[in-house]
Design a protein around this ligand. Structure first.
Ligand code: Z5A
Length: 221
């Protein structure tokens, strides 16, 4: 049986990496094999493209070119990592995926949605997420968390954008979630880590495991 595909989305420092990894551990504890991956990156070719994009050297080439670079990375990632895992019955948990392109390059970068949807059709194919979490935190909280975690290292291409950019990102993710309620679940990422983790687990259990696993009470998203 084909595995399930779960993605985590949201602004900087919203907790995507933390919760993608906690969810993978929880699934493994139930003997569900899973692959934890990320975008941009997640395969050898895509990691090279990640380095190019996040260094900022492609920024002067414009938002369309960056969009095409993200798509090239996704194409390699889907073919080399995601599809083989899903076909082998493994679950795939990915830190960022198509919704990041729709928001960063589409809603904020003003790249034509026809180009974005066209690239999605070519790169994603059947690998559409079964479930997507948008971790929602105010931009100032997310950026402060990302800064603490980064320490003395320099901010990357997107982290160094103005606070208004990050607030617009937050709103754009919420708009996407409103449009696709069957796939996208919004989780309040300001809550303590274990509360957020329980809310995510409750949604995975209800939507993908048929409610078979007991979850802690009082975990409504
Ligand atoms: N991008 C794009 O433009 N288009 C695309 O199509 C794709 C991506 C796929 C990738 O950056 C960049 O590429 C990204 C969008 C763009 N923009 N930027 N920058 P990245 O992979 O380097 O970083 P990121 O995806 O933005 O994630 P992040 O900044 O690493 O944050 P995070 O994964 O959401 O958060 P975290 O690392 O799990 O947590 C941050 C800190 O907060 C950490 O110390 C945690 O311990 C702490 N934390 C987590 N949860 C909590 C709670 N609940 N309470 C308190 N503290 C917490």
């Amino acid at each position: 049986m084909r595995g399930k595909f779960i993605t985590f989305e949201g602004g900087e420092g919203s907790g995507k990496s933390t919760h993608a990894s906690l969810l993978a551990e929880r699934l493994k504890a139930l003997a569900i094999e899973c692959v934890l991956t990320r975008e941009p990156g997640g395969s050898a070719g895509a990691e090279i493209i990640r380095h190019i994009i996040l260094s900022g050297i492609a920024k002067p080439l414009g938002a369309e070119t960056e969009t095409i670079l993200f798509a090239a990375a996704r194409d390699d990632h889907v073919r080399m990592t995601i599809e083989p895992a899903l076909n082998a019955g493994k679950w795939v948990i990915c830190d960022r995926f198509i919704d990041s392109t729709r928001v960063y390059q589409g809603a904020l970068g003003k790249v034509d949605m026809k180009l974005i949807r066209g690239l999605e059709r070519v790169t994603v194919g059947a690998a559409m997420p079964d479930l997507t979490f948008v971790l929602d935190v105010p931009a100032n909280i997310g950026l402060a968390r990302a800064k603490t975690r980064r320490g003395a290292a320099a901010a990357d291409r997107f982290e160094s954008e103005a606070i208004e950019f990050h607030e617009d990102l937050r709103r754009a993710f919420l708009v996407l979630a409103e449009r696709e309620p069957k796939r996208i679940v919004v989780i309040d990422g300001r809550a303590p880590r274990d509360v957020v983790a329980e809310r995510i687990w409750a949604a995975v259990n209800a939507r993908l495991l048929g409610g078979l696993i007991e979850v802690a009470e009082s975990v409504a998203p």
